[in-house]
Design a protein around this ligand. Structure first.
Ligand code: HEM
Length: 554
């Protein structure tokens, strides 16, 4: 009981609540003493306390961004170790390290130092492989994070800037990873550099100038690895960290979006405080990411550069493939028909076919997702703030567009390995190219249509469950020989015998609760059915199935 009792006159009692009494005392107290006393009681919130008290919703899908962040931390830590031993020079030396098959071979200092890191530096191979796996985890988790944001509509107002910065992190990460690969100057990276040379050369008007500036002359030149090194260890990681800092700032500025659920509204956040529960979990996640990367680095071989040999400008090994996340670009170049458009300028100015898939397509892929939130908001005339996430099924057009984009990307990725597939299955590479072109035209629209229908079907199913109940897996035989499916209603039926539960955008139960499963658990797939299934009382009376409100006849 917080209230106190005070007596004004004999026999009359008033109940005074503590706040009123405190105010009375404050008024009575001299000002010099009131201020400290009131400060002590109110404990004004400091900015730090405000941050520590921030609430974060709990769901595994919110951890994808954090996995990317912790992989980046691992990249910086392992990268600093590698930078101590890596020699970013294209000067030629003769290798005399401990990898005997290449002893006496002429190679660049960059490649030789990579071999030294792999074979002669203590723990070098482990850290190299950890760096490589961390880069893959970083790219994969960034892709998953962006897909989660897209499919749940988390890019809507007020998070449009966050979406754009997230996309920039992805593209900068992709390029950083590419420069890392290319620095090693092995036989594989030589092919990658040659592709970059051809792409920059294909840009109309400035191509030649761009290429010779980048490579410092003819391919491969002597400067590209030094330039990539500065980009890779300094400028791009700094840019990535700055972008991540902006992302974190934006995250603290707007409250986090959350899934719909009991007690969750557009105006609140239900979850855990940053400190201590959320922070402790994050430490756990960081240790897990570290552990996974360390295990992969120690146990699973990646990029065994010693097998590829040193780079030679004139040699491209067969079956050279870029990293999995860049294969879409290779696929696009392979599937592009050899259309050389000649503009009527002077004697005719030819635009090489490579320009379209390797420069125009990536530009569209960068710009289109960035402007998508604006297009969607304009199409729906929606300028409201959204703090609740959509279930993908509830926004079929967006989900179908996403599926279409993923299919487009996957087709290009698969046909980035068209030569390997052709060789493995003994089919003609020409047939592969044509199959890829047809697949690129047909599969994305098909994915759109199928996804759209699946979304509608899932929505319909949710509404059916709300109206009729959850499937119990029990089929009953009726006295007149008919069959009916037993469903567990989610609420008591109304006077008309129907359950009226509106769909609110939350997941609906998919499994029956234990009251019903108890009756059937021991009779089923693995154990013999030795007694007839008992039907729970909620289901209705035997007889005409039309009498049982929660039953669906099928
Ligand atoms: C401060 C940050 C970084 C530093 C100091 C750094 C340093 C290095 C060095 C010295 C190498 C060449 C050594 C070697 O692999 O033998 C390298 C390779 C590489 N880096 Fe980084 N890096 C950093 C960040 C990143 C980031 C952010 C990514 C990806 C998003 C990345 C991806 C790669 C890849 C894929 C390789 C090739 C690995 C291999 O197979 O050997 N690095 N990095």
């Amino acid at each position: 009981m917080n209230e106190r009792t005070t007596t004004d006159a004999p026999g009359i009692e008033h109940r005074v609540d503590p706040a009123t009494e405190r105010r009375r005392r404050d008024r009575a107290a001299p000002p010099g003493r009131t201020a400290p006393a009131s400060d002590e009681r109110r404990r004004p919130t400091t900015p730090l306390r405000g941050v520590l008290n921030r609430v974060f919703p709990e769901h595994w899908s919110f951890l994808l961004g954090e996995i990317a962040l912790y992989s980046l931390v691992m990249l910086v830590v392992t990268g600093v170790f590698l930078a101590a031993f890596f020699e970013p020079s294209m000067d030629e030396i003769v290798y005399d390290g401990s990898y005997t098959p290449l002893r006496g071979t002429a190679m660049s200092e960059a490649y030789a130092s990579t071999l030294d890191i792999s074979f002669d530096v203590r723990g070098g191979l482990l850290v190299r492989q950890m760096h490589h796996w961390a880069s893959m985890l970083f790219i994969a988790s960034t892709i998953m994070y962006l897909l989660r944001v897209f499919f749940t509509g988390a890019f809507r107002k007020p998070r449009k800037p966050k979406w754009i910065v997230g996309l920039l992190v992805f593209w900068v990460g992709l390029f950083t990873s590419y420069t890392g690969y290319m620095m090693l100057d092995d036989g594989l990276s030589a092919s990658g550099l040659r592709v970059l040379w051809s792409i920059t050369l294909s840009v109309p008007l400035v191509g030649t100038w761009l290429t010779s500036t980048l490579f410092g002359g003819e391919f491969p030149g002597e400067v590209i690895i030094g330039r990539f090194y500065i980009l890779h260890v300094l400028l791009l990681p700094a840019l990535l960290l700055a972008l991540i800092a902006v992302l974190i700032g934006l995250r603290l500025r707007h409250k986090p979006a959350q899934w719909l659920g009991p007690g969750r509204t557009n105006a609140n956040v239900v979850g855990e405080r940053l400190f201590p529960p959320y922070a402790v979990k994050q430490v756990g996640l960081f240790v897990l990411v570290f552990g996974v990367i360390a295990l992969l680095g120690g146990l699973v071989q990646v990029n065994p550069v010693w097998l590829f040999g040193p780079s030679h400008a004139a040699v491209a090994a067969s079956a050279s493939q870029p990293a999995w996340y860049l294969m879409f670009l290779d696929g696009a170049v392979r599937l592009m028909p050899p259309w050389e458009i000649t503009l009527p300028i002077g004697d005719g100015y030819a635009i090489p076919p490579t320009f379209w898939p390797a420069v125009v397509l990536p530009t569209i892929l960068v710009v289109l997702p960035m402007v998508y939130p604006l297009l969607e908001a304009r199409m729906h005339r929606d300028n409201r703030e959204h703090h609740l996430l959509d279930r993908p099924r509830d926004v079929p057009t967006r989900t179908a567009l996403g599926a279409m984009a993923i299919t487009f990307y996957l087709v290009l990725t698969v046909f980035g390995a068209s030569d390997v597939i052709a060789f493995t299955f003994d089919v003609s590479t020409n047939a592969m190219t044509w199959a890829g072109r047809v697949a690129l035209l047909l599969l994305p629209p098909a994915a759109y249509w199928i996804t759209y229908r699946i979304c509608l079907g899932l929505q319909q199913h949710d509404r059916e469950v709300l109206a009729h109940g959850v499937e119990t897996g029990i089929i009953r035989r009726l006295p007149h020989g008919g069959y009916m499916e037993v469903l567990q209603p989610l609420a008591a039926p109304g006077p008309d015998g129907r359950t009226k539960l509106p769909y609110t955008g939350q997941p609906v139960p998919k499994k029956v609760n234990h009251l019903v499963t108890l009756a059937t658990r021991d009779q089923g797939f693995l154990t013999p059915i030795d007694s007839p299934a008992r039907v729970p009382a909620t289901v209705g009376q035997e007889g005409d199935p039309a009498d049982a409100p929660a039953l669906r006849r099928g």
